[in-house]
Design a protein around this ligand. Structure first.
Ligand SMILES: *Cc1c(COP(=O)(O)O)cnc(C)c1O
Length: 351
């Protein structure tokens, strides 16, 4: 059988030979004692990239986000985020479990919202019946929003609202590098606007493990303590940090290739008789719907019979994610298989 083509997520990548080599060569120490030189090098490198004072390595993006929420809030307070936000939907209810905060959900567009919507979501600070609003969290690119990129101007307008009302401002930048590359933006503009930024090294950048949380020095000191109590302080973590350094040096610019391949997948899907709608494609995520009279399970099976894997997101949405291990040759195979599939094959009553 042909090699598996996995478009389930950009997290399924394996370290490249060059990355593995960098990991094997890493100089390490006990990072719980602050003695791992490679972890420190990674943290300094990414902090400099964003023009921020500090960065802290985490085992997952979830823990980095949850630490940020804890840093900005006290139990009983409220955080504003989009109804599709990862911090609300996909972190196991962590905001309430770890920090005792509730979420005020904004009804955004593709996971993004406006400064006016933020302003309207803030509870009056002197009304003690209502939870005190303390934090705004945004996501760039948006995951459930199909890899959409924010307008930086809107992010700046939201910053103004946060400053005016004394709210913390957190960016879940799990796929921030996809947005930076796609829009040709300088990471430093983000460093100026946000109090905290989480970035995943294990998505488009292709490391096996790792995220970082960027902040100022004072916040970093508190973040280390929270990371410890969440169980995220690790020992010879330099082996993983070395993968992160390698990824920042070698895997950032190439993200534009993932975006190009995603757009080609989208164009072909548009022309398929069994596809109803393809969402706009900004970066490396393709979300599409099948025609009403097409059986989703039959489509997924037809694809997996060809060894092409993808996932359903519910509500009739299917998702493809391009990544480091998805080559042009694989793209050709997927495009060919999509084109060859006929709507009639996917209508259960005709089988
Ligand atoms: C993947 C992801 C995270 C973090 O997930 P982990 O699996 O914990 O690394 C956070 N936010 C968004 C938007 C993501 O896509």
């Amino acid at each position: 059988m042909r090699q598996e083509i996995n478009l389930i997520s950009d997290t399924i990548t394996r370290p490249t030979p060059g990355m593995l080599e960098a990991m094997m060569q890493a100089e390490v120490g006990d990072d719980v004692f602050g003695a791992d030189p490679t972890a420190q090098r990674l943290q300094e490198k990414i902090a400099n990239l964003f023009g921020m004072e500090s960065a802290l390595f985490f085992p997952s993006g979830t823990m980095a986000n949850q630490t940020a929420i804890k840093l900005h809030t006290q139990p009983g307070e409220q955080m504003i985020c989009d109804k599709w936000a990862h911090v609300y939907n996909y972190e196991g209810g962590g905001a309430s479990f770890n920090s005792g905060v509730s979420c005020k959900l904004v009804d955004g567009h593709r996971g993004m919202f406006t400064a006016e919507q933020v302003e309207a979501s803030i509870n009056p600070p002197h009304d003690y019946h209502q939870a005190q609003t303390r934090l705004v969290a945004v996501e760039n690119t948006t995951n459930k929003g199909g890899g959409a990129c924010w307008s930086f101007d809107e992010l700046k307008r939201i910053e103004k609202v946060c400053r005016k009302h004394g709210l913390g401002y957190h960016l879940d930048g799990a796929r921030l590098f996809n947005a930076l590359v796609e829009k040709g933006e300088d990471p430093k503009i983000y460093g100026k606007v946000f109090d905290t930024i989480s970035v995943c090294l294990s998505k488009g950048l292709g490391t096996p493990v790792g995220s970082v949380l960027l902040s100022d020095e004072k916040t970093f000191r508190r973040a280390i303590r929270i990371r410890k109590l969440f169980g995220g302080a690790m020992r010879q973590v330099g082996y993983l940090a070395a993968a992160g350094i390698y990824a920042l040096d070698n895997h950032v610019d190439r993200l534009s290739e993932d975006h190009r391949r995603a757009r080609l997948l989208g164009q072909t899907l548009e022309s398929c008789s069994y596809v109803n709608k393809v969402e706009p494609i900004d970066t490396n995520i393709v979300i599409f719907n099948l025609e009403d009279d097409v059986d989703e399970a039959a489509f997924l099976k037809a694809m997996s019979d060809k060894n092409i894997l993808m996932i359903t997101m519910g509500q009739g949405k299917l998702r493809l994610v391009t990544h480091l291990d998805f080559t042009d040759d694989m793209l050709e195979v997927v495009l060919k298989e999509l084109k060859e599939l006929e709507k009639e094959q996917l209508q259960p009553e005709l089988k």
